[in-house]
Ligand binder design. Structure first.
Ligand code: FES
Length: 347
């Protein structure tokens, strides 16, 4: 089920002192496999110090560009991101899973969109902005983009170039928390920023959809402010780029569970400790279950509970209705019953 392909890197470009973009060549035979919608991500796999590392990175190229490009920001002590920023070069290869993700936009002409991005959260938003501009028509796009400083702003020159090409359609609002810059707001993306932009500066524009990407507190705050302004929940789409860990752990369970797992039409049963996540136990058993971030962010690891119960440590992806239907993020789910039956194929 974990469908990886070996792709060759065509370019590694320094975007800021702490981030790079990585472009891949896609051989003709895999063009269809790697077709994507703006906003989707790739899972990259590589062995570092004899340990398999998987990371999910959003595509920042637009679906019409003939390349696959992801942005990777260096995270302190981040094994893969440091490796990508300091060692990877053109000609190297990585194992890459075809594009996934539901944080997407298939833009319509003459429709207005708005996005709020912080830091590397710009990556999928950049692809979404490009796709919206390419669709033509008069639709406006407001992008509010927060960073520490201009120097740390990923894809700033690409965005400014896009704005030059679409001066009546693309509106960029940069916000810097550490430096005062001309024609930029100072501070962070706050409630007041959202209210000022939507109720004053763009009060005559009705936005159809809102795309939020960045740390959880920013997403929660913008989302709550939009709802206060009467925006329907269905119009707000978000993707977490980092998550707060506090208060998210479920009560730990000490028992064992007899688990039955179906993946790729094969069913296995074994006993697992309830201290482990379902995904950890399934991988330990050598089963080829799908996964990527292992952090409750990407949704690659979804399975359906057929019998028994499990509790998720963290869930920002599944709706209450989906949970009631039995869906779980297996990387976050711990069994709470003596028997658990799950199916990765039935999702
Ligand atoms: S592997 Fe990403 S949510 Fe579980």
């Amino acid at each position: 089920m974990s469908d990886f392909h070996t792709l060759t890197i065509s370019e590694v470009k320094q975007e800021t002192p702490n981030s790079v973009s990585i472009s891949f060549n896609v051989p003709d035979a895999l063009v269809e496999t790697f077709r994507f919608t703006a906003g989707q991500y790739l899972t990259l796999k590589h062995r570092l110090n004899d340990k398999e590392e998987r990371r999910a990175y959003s595509l920042c190229s637009s679906p019409s560009e003939a390349i696959l490009k992801v942005g990777v920001k260096k995270v302190p002590d981040g094994r893969f991101s440091v490796f990508a920023n300091t060692k990877l070069k053109a000609g190297d290869t990585l194992e890459v899973m075809p594009p996934q993700g539901t944080f997407v936009l298939e833009p319509q002409p003459d429709v207005n969109y708005a996005a709020f991005a912080a830091g590397s959260g710009i990556t999928p938003i950049l692809a979404i902005v490009k796709a919206a501009m390419e669709v033509g028509g008069d639709g406006k796009f407001l992008l509010v983009y927060g960073n520490q400083s201009m120097r740390e702003t990923m894809f700033a020159s690409e965005l400014l170039q896009l704005q030059k090409e679409h001066p009546t359609r693309l509106f960029l609002e940069f916000i810097y928390s550490r430096t005062q810059e001309e024609e930029a707001l100072f501070g962070r993306i706050e409630r007041s920023t959202v209210n000022f932009l939507l109720k004053n500066k763009f009060e005559d524009t009705t936005f159809n959809d809102y795309f939020l990407c960045g740390p959880e507190p920013m997403i929660d705050l913008v989302s709550a402010t939009l709802k206060e302004q009467g925006v329907n929940e269905k119009q707000i789409h978000f993707e977490l780029f980092t998550t707060a860990e506090e208060g998210l752990l479920v009560e730990s369970h000490d028992g064992n569970t007899e688990i039955t797992v179906t993946v790729d039409d094969e069913t296995d049963s074994f006993v697992m400790s309830q201290k482990n996540s379902v995904l950890e136990a399934v991988l330990e058993q050598g089963l080829d279950a799908p996964y990527s971030c292992q952090g409750g962010i990407c949704s690659t690891c979804i399975a359906r509970i057929k019998e028994g119960k499990a509790e998720m440590r963290k869930n920002q992806i599944l709706t209450d209705g989906e949970i009631a239907e039995g869906l779980i993020l297996t990387c976050q789910a711990h069994p709470t019953t003596a028997k658990l039956v799950i199916d990765y194929d039935d999702v």
